[in-house]
Design a protein around this ligand. Structure first.
Ligand code: ZN
Length: 382
């Protein structure tokens, strides 16, 4: 006699968790919904753990409100990620019917986690801060606070010497874009390895690093906003200490130390490629900045198949940039090379890896390629 699978338990009550269980009584039709960000209608990020699974049995999960999410078209061509050992995430074939996203798998472990993308959990975030704090080449220059009081350290590799170029990297303003902190882990790893190319970079430049701009949103399993329901990447003209203290802190520190290059790491829900967006719509856009943007993009293309220039956002018309975005605001304020780096939630189709899709490890590797490109450009940034 073939026994039917037991009822399973779905849990999301942990950092970065997000799911509501509608009905888990039928293992072949587990009905779920994504919970919106606090004080905001945005949602798309999900992360939950299913337990009580029986090896060899097939389970089907249905996210019933996918069609009402922030980027419903992004579910086309998207596969969820799953993990059976808390370390190795793999893609699960998924189907979007225009209203619900469903994915199924045959269990090979009693507990399996599922997420929108390989999550950068709180424990790893804390461990990364500890690595940065412990690294002799890094200084914790200042510590900002999120709405809910979580620390937002600014790290500097360098001593604030006036002649050196100030290179800023920030990440995860949008808290569901977990690839962004994986990218920052790649930078910390490069600093720890201290290879000759990086040592020569640091002879001429300093790195200013904010590993995670939105720790509240990440903790709560948000897609887009901080704990006050604010989209930080729309707050760079009117940041306040009350509602967007994360941006307020970053801008204050930038004004204090200066910026010669700015990279803001993000993830894009829809486009299955790595790409950059830049400052072509800024009022202060100049041939000098256009040349720097082209140089960086060309050099990154030449260095890695994990980057390309054919796919991306529609370019802003001259003078039509949204100045509330970090990239545009910082580029304008400091007349510097300034880019939003977008990594996919899906895969980078110029160099696909079907088993994992785009992943944390690929994000970290891309950071090291980006740093090498930037190292070569230091002499021409000003
Ligand atoms: Zn983003």
């Amino acid at each position: 006699m073939h026994s039917s699978p037991n009822a399973i338990t779905i849990e999301a009550g942990f950092d970065t968790g997000n799911i509501q269980v509608l009905d888990a009584s039928d293992p072949t039709n587990i009905r779920l919904a994504i919970r919106p960000d606090t004080r905001s209608g945005h949602f798309q990020w999900f992360h939950f753990r299913a337990s009580g699974l029986v090896a060899g049995e097939r389970y089907e999960f249905v996210i019933t409100n996918a069609g009402q999410s922030s980027y419903p078209h992004a579910w086309n061509g998207y596969d969820a990620v799953a993990c059976e050992d808390s370390e190795h995430w793999f893609r699960v074939p998924s189907h979007y019917d225009g209203s619900a996203l469903s994915f199924s798998l045959v269990a090979s472990a009693p507990i399996i986690s599922f997420a929108y993308f390989e999550p950068y959990r709180l424990a790893r975030h804390e461990a990364l801060m500890a690595r940065a704090d412990a690294h002799h080449g890094l200084e914790r220059l200042a510590t900002g606070r999120s709405c809910e009081g979580r620390e937002i350290p600014l790290y500097r590799a360098g001593k604030g010497e006036p002649g050196k170029r100030k290179l800023w990297f920030i990440a995860q303003q949008h808290p569901g874009e977990h690839m962004a902190e994986w990218f920052m882990e790649g930078i910390i790893e490069a600093l720890e390895q201290g290879e000759p190319w990086l040592r020569s970079l640091l002879e001429r430049a300093e790195l200013y690093l904010i590993l995670n701009m939105n720790p509240d949103g990440a903790f709560h399993g948000h897609l887009r906003t901080n704990a006050a329901g604010k989209d930080l990447n729309r707050a760079w003209q009117d940041a306040t200490a009350e509602e967007t203290p994360e941006v307020h802190f970053a801008l204050q520190q930038m004004d204090k130390h200066g910026v010669d290059l700015f990279i803001d790491a993000h993830g894009d829900e829809e486009i299955p490629h790595v790409f950059t967006a830049a400052c072509e719509g800024n009022p202060g856009y100049s041939p000098r900045i256009a040349d720097l943007e082209a140089r960086l993009r060309d050099a990154l293309c030449a260095r890695t198949a994990e980057f390309q220039q054919r796919h991306g956002y529609t370019r802003d018309l001259p003078g039509q940039a949204n100045m509330r975005l970090a990239c545009n605001a910082v580029g304008q304020r400091f007349d510097c090379l300034s880019l939003t780096l977008e990594m996919p939630f899906k895969d980078h189709l110029d160099a696909p890896e079907p088993r994992t899709g785009w992943s944390g490890a690929r994000s970290a590797r891309l950071a090291q390629d980006m740093l090498k490109v930037v190292a070569d450009m230091v002499p021409v940034l000003r």
